[in-house]
Design a protein around this ligand. Structure first.
Ligand code: GLY
Length: 314
């Protein structure tokens, strides 16, 4: 099997001045994951490492750079899933953890559970020796400004909910195993304790070697209503291509519940798609030594991996 990885940096509205940073962030993440796959690494390792890079990148709403809840704190959700045996692990409403996706993987591999939340997730992280970081370390100037603006009496909730964010990755490795990983700070000024789609299996992501893998982004409550990740795979089970399946699933989310978002998909045969109904979604994919990427609808830049690697190094 030829390895493939696809990543996204969140469907929503990307301001012009943040486009270059978002573009290079998804490119780096895709190249990192592809490097792991090319060396014979697993799809699971590839998606985890790709998401770690984006959690560490302040351009994205995940890890450092997460949006803030109503109290001005970072509270994050993450999920990872292994298509080989349908194992998955997730965390929700976690604070003071730099890489929630790593904690989600520990939930998958070291517990009999699938989702740990808030204080329970924190106690588990401590038991596993996961280092805690001061909450302020995850807060950027931009997320703080946005939080304050959203608190102003004349702020328009419709407007700030366009800044959706979330990061994710899907991959297939040379053994034909698929995996997905998704991580987010959620919605700006959300209620304390709000759990979004990202932590919920079938909504924020799904992976099954018999079909493929998906990671979603967009308005969490809408995604949960239609179980967007599993809905996309359902359409593929019915014979649709990844592009057709993602488009159909996003269309029904918009028609049924008025929600916008994005989906990345890889099929069990290595076909892939990066599709969105929002204005923008930074994405990147690598297959056959070619990197493809874009942000705006219809945009698709292509370059050899070697060229992309050398421009990152310079
Ligand atoms: N899709 C991210 C969230 O709504 O939490």
């Amino acid at each position: 099997m030829k390895p493939v990885i696809v990543v996204h940096g969140g469907a929503g509205r990307i301001f012009k001045e943040r486009e270059d940073g978002s573009r290079s962030g998804v490119t780096r993440a895709a190249l990192k994951g592809y490097g792991i796959l090319k060396q014979g690494g697993s799809a699971l390792d590839a998606v985890e490492e790709a998401v770690v890079l984006m959690e560490d990148d302040p351009h994205f709403n995940a890890g450092c750079g997460s949006v803030l809840n109503e109290k001005g704190e970072v509270e994050m959700d993450a999920i990872i899933m292994d298509g080989k045996n349908l194992s998955s692990g997730a965390v929700s409403a976690v604070k003071c953890i730099a890489n929630p996706i790593k904690l989600a993987r520990l939930v998958m591999e070291k517990t009999d559970h699938m989702l740990l939340t808030d204080q329970g997730a924190l106690a588990f992280a401590r038991a596993m020796g996961v280092p805690e970081v001061p909450g302020e370390k995850l807060i950027t100037e931009r997320s703080l400004e946005r939080w304050k603006k959203n608190l102003e009496a004349d702020s328009n909730p419709q407007e700030f909910q366009k800044d959706l964010g979330t990061v994710g990755a899907v991959a297939i490795d040379s053994a034909g195993n698929v995996a997905c990983a998704t991580s987010t700070g959620g919605l700006s000024n959300k209620r304390v304790g709000r759990v979004g789609d990202t932590a919920c299996i079938g909504s924020g992501g799904y992976a099954d070697n018999a079909i493929g893998a998906t990671s979603t982004t967009g308005h969490g409550e809408s995604i949960m209503k239609v179980v967007l990740a599993r809905l996309t795979l359902y359409h593929m089970e019915q014979g649709k291509s990844p592009e057709e399946a993602a488009t159909e699933a996003l269309n029904s989310m918009e028609t049924r519940v008025g929600g916008l978002g994005g989906v990345i998909v890889v099929s069990r045969s290595g076909d892939w798609a990066a599709t969105f109904s929002t204005k923008q979604m930074p994405w990147a994919a690598v297959k056959d030594g070619q990197l493809q990427s874009g942000i705006h609808t219809g945009e698709r830049d292509t370059q050899p991996v070697e060229k992309a690697l050398s421009s990152i190094a310079s």
